[in-house]
Ligand binder design. Structure first.
Ligand code: F0G
Length: 482
C-alpha cells in the first residue's frame, strides 16, 4: 500500500528505498543538443549517454540494483559448467515460478531465437496479443507469420479499461480453428504489452488463453519480461488478485503456461534471459540450441555475476514495496501530463509514460514519423531521450510499402528504482512546454534506412528547418537556462 500524505495537492508516490550510489548527469545547452540529435541522425538510439540528461529510452538493463544484488555478485562462482551461480538461479526460479526446468540465455531476444528455431517452421503462424519488435523479427526470419489478437480496446489510446493487453478470446478460438492447430506454432501472451503502452493482461484472460490452447492442442508461451509490472496491476485492478500472494500469481501462471521466458534486463532488475517450463518436455526440445547459440547449459551467455544479480532480483520481484515504484512513478508522470491536456496513453501502464503522437502532431502523416519527430524534439528541448514506438519501429511489408503503426507512441520509459520525483517533474514540465509549442514540430525523412530493425541504426533528417526554430523558441522562453 502506498503512503498517504497529510498535505499535498494530490497523492505523490514515495520511494521505499534510499539511494547510496549516485551517477553524475550533465545537461547540455539547447544549441548543443540540437547539434547532437542531428549528428545522431535524429535517432535517439544513436545519441551518446554522456549527452543525455534523462535517459528514458528503455527500462531494459538500466534498473537500479539493490545492495543485496551487489552483495550477491561477490559470491559469483566462475565455471564453464556446473557453476553454483546457476544453481542459485535455478533455486530462485523454483521459488518464484515453482518450475525446475531452466534454460539460460544472454537476453530476452535470445530466448525468442531459441523458441523460433525450435517451434516455428516456414508458413506457421504465431498468435499473440501484440507483437514485440525482436519477437516478430525472429519469427519472420525463420519463415513464420505473426498475427495479433489483442482486444479492440487495446488500440484505443485513451480509455479507462484496466486490462488493455487482453486477448480477444473469441477471435483467438476462431483463428485457431480456421488455421488448424498444426499450423499454429504457439500462442504467445505478452505480459505488460510493450508496444501498446505497457498495458497489462488480466489474470483471468491469461488463464482463459491457456485453457483455449489446451483444449485445441496448441502450445502456450508467456513472455514474462514485463510480468512484474503486470502483476502489480493485477493486484491493484483485479478483484481475484487483491488478496493473493504475489508468489501465488507467478505459480498459477507457471502451472498454466507450457513455456515461460523473460528478459532479465526487465524482470529481476538485472541482465540475461531465462526460459522455464513445468514440463521438462519443452526445455528438452529447446535445450540443444542453448550451447549452439548462447553458451553451456549452466550459463547460456550470462556472466556469473549477472546470474547472481538475476537470482537475487527475482526474489525482489516478489516485494510489493519494490514492484510498485515503477508503475506509481509512471502514473504520476502520466497524470501530470494528462491533467494539462497532453495526449498520453490512458490508463497509465507499466514500463513508461507513452505520448500519443498522432494526437500530439495531428496533421503529420505516418511517413514523416510523428513519434520519431516528437522524440527528437524532446531531446532538443530537454535533453530527454525517449524511444520511438510507432511507424519507424515497424518493418516494411515484403513488397517494400510502409506498414503504418496502429499507435504512434513516444515512450518515456521509467527505469525501476532510478529516477527521483523532481527529475520526473522536470520531464513533465518540458513535455508541457513542447505541447504548447507543438506547431513548431515538423517531420523527418530517411537518409539511411536499414532493412532489418531499422529503428536501431537508421538515420533521418528534419524536413525543412523546424529543429533550429524550435531551439530558438526555447532560448526565447527560457533565457540562459539549460
Ligand atoms: N519481450 C518484451 C516484452 C520486451 O519488452 C523485450 C525487450 C524483449 C522481449 C526482448 O528482450 O531486450 O532482453 O532481448 N524490450 C526492450 C525495450 C528492448 O526497450 O522495451 P531483450
Amino acid at each position: 500500500m502506498s503512503v498517504k500524505f497529510y498535505k499535498s495537492e494530490h497523492q505523490v508516490p514515495l520511494e521505499m528505498h534510499k539511494v547510496r550510489m549516485v551517477q553524475k548527469l550533465s545537461l547540455l545547452p539547447v544549441e548543443e543538443r540540437l547539434k547532437k540529435i542531428q549528428e545522431a541522425g535524429n535517432n535517439t538510439f544513436l545519441l551518446q549517454n554522456k549527452d543525455i540528461f534523462m535517459d528514458m529510452l528503455t527500462d531494459s538493463g538500466v534498473n537500479g540494483m539493490s545492495d543485496l544484488q551487489f552483495g550477491a555478485m561477490m559470491q559469483a562462482d566462475d565455471a564453464y559448467a556446473g557453476s553454483e551461480s546457476f544453481t542459485r538461479v535455478k533455486a530462485a526460479i523454483k521459488e518464484v515460478f515453482g518450475t525446475e526446468n531452466v534454460l539460460p540465455a544472454h537476453q530476452g531476444r535470445a530466448c525468442e531465437n531459441i523458441l523460433a528455431e525450435a517451434y516455428v517452421k516456414p508458413g506457421m503462424v504465431t498468435l499473440m496479443n501484440f507483437h514485440f519488435t525482436t519477437t516478430k523479427a525472429h519469427i519472420t526470419r525463420v519463415g513464420g507469420v505473426v498475427e495479433e489478437i489483442v482486444d479492440a480496446k487495446g488500440l484505443i489510446p485513451q480509455t479507462d479499461d484496466p486490462f488493455k493487453g487482453d486477448f480477444d478470446l473469441d477471435k483467438l478460438r476462431s483463428r485457431i480453428d480456421e488455421l488448424g492447430p498444426d499450423k499454429v506454432a504457439f500462442v504467445r501472451v505478452e505480459a505488460g504489452t510493450n508496444l501498446i503502452g505497457g498495458q497489462p493482461v488480466s489474470l483471468s484472460n491469461m488463464i482463459a488463453v491457456t485453457d483455449i490452447c489446451h483444449e485445441k492442442g496448441v502450445k502456450s508461451v508467456l513472455d514474462a519480461s514485463l510480468l512484474q509490472d503486470n502483476i502489480y496491476f493485477m493486484k491493484m485492478r483485479e478483484a481475484r488478485c487483491k488478496y493473493m500472494e504475489i508468489k501465488d500469481i507467478y505459480h498459477l501462471l507457471a502451472d498454466h503456461f507450457d513455456i515461460i521466458y523473460f528478459s532479465a534486463r526487465k524482470l529481476s532488475f538485472s541482465k540475461g534471459g531465462i526460459i522455464t517450463s513445468k514440463d521438462p518436455k519443452f526445455t528438452k526440445e529447446m535445450m540443444e540450441y542453448v550451447p549452439l547459440y548462447e553458451g553451456f547449459l549452466t550459463y547460456g551467455g550470462m556472466d556469473v555475476r549477472t546470474m547472481e544479480a538475476l537470482a537475487q532480483g527475482l526474489y525482489e520481484s516478489l516485494d510489493m514495496e519494490y514492484i510498485n515504484q515503477g508503475p506509481e512513478f509512471i502514473k504520476y508522470l502520466t497524470k501530470e501530463l494528462s491533467d494539462y491536456g497532453v495526449p498520453v496513453i490512458l490508463p497509465a501502464g507499466g514500463l513508461g509514460c507513452h505520448l500519443d503522437c498522432q494526437a500530439f502532431v495531428p496533421n503529420m502523416p505516418h511517413n514523416q514519423y510523428p513519434a520519431g519527430a516528437v522524440s527528437a524534439a524532446l531531446y532538443i528541448i530537454g535533453g530527454i531521450r525517449p524511444m520511438e514506438r510507432g511507424t519507424l519501429s515497424e518493418q516494411r511489408e515484403p513488397d517494400g510499402t510502409e506498414r503504418y503503426a496502429e499507435l504512434e507512441l513516444a515512450r518515456l520509459a521509467v527505469p525501476r528504482r532510478v529516477f527521483t520525483l523532481s527529475q520526473l517533474k522536470y520531464v513533465a514540465d518540458r513535455v508541457k512546454w513542447l505541447w504548447d509549442n507543438r506547431e513548431l514540430i515538423g517531420g523527418l525523412e530517411w537518409v539511411e534506412e536499414p532493412k532489418v530493425l531499422r529503428f536501431f541504426f537508421g538515420r533521418l533528417k528534419e524536413i525543412g528547418y523546424w529543429q533550429e526554430k524550435l531551439a530558438e523558441k526555447f532560448r526565447q522562453d527560457f533565457g540562459d537556462s539549460l
